[in-house]
Ligand binder design. Sequence first.
Ligand SMILES: [Zn+2]
Length: 280
Amino acid sequence: MNVSEAGTAIAVATNSVPVKRILGRNPGPMTGPGTNSYLIGTQSLSLLDPGPADEVQLHSFLEAIGTATLKYILITHTHGDHSPGALALQEATGATLVGRKAPEVAGHDRTFVPDKIWQDEEIIDVGEYTIQLIDTPGHASNHICFLLREEQLLFTGDHVLQGTTSVILPPDGDMAAYLDALARLKNMPLTALAPGHGEIMSEPQAEIEKLIAHRLKREQKVLTGLNSLGACGLDELVLRVYDDVAAHLIPWAKKTLLAHLIKLEREQKISQANELWQLK
Ligand SMILES: [Zn+2]
């Protein structure tokens, strides 16, 4: 059985609240197998991250919703592979839009307009289940993870991915904020992580600790790279710091490298002049 068939609603293992994953029809180098959308509940449903605007996928959602009612559309962040499908889905169902509006930078979907200003830690009581917003800026400044409280299942969007690591794109992406948000999740009693791309992760704390360690190891590589290369530019430094990354991903690695450099500069460990970075 091909469990990753796009458009098909596949049950996620839960105890009391049904959750289904519906894979998007957008596989690619940055989206892996495609964007995961999740449908939560039995009669009063919430759909998380409808993905790109796609009529075929919209039809799959409506089919999976069936005679139940879609109450909420939850948006982790407004990158193009997560939120643009919300508009047509909202028009078709009248569901309430939950999330934060797009920041004024390139790469964000401005068609998404939430129905109100949602607060960090706000709890949405759907009746059958409750969902809590957890602010997790870093990958994007408006990123939210959603906690299905009855299951302690966290929908992580692009904050924690399976099979790959999130790209942090400055100026909207922020490495220090990203690490702080990971540290916040580390203290939560979670049972599983449901990512925006990839498979469900059943050992949340181990995954989160691994991610924090991975970023700090990369940061150390930035410092040792600068120590041996002296003052250097992004193009030179990226090859040293991301020597384990495939060539076609280097342009993305460069952006995350810049996020590391900005963090280190703020911490006054390094400095920059004329596009050259060096240790202080
Ligand atoms: Zn994203």
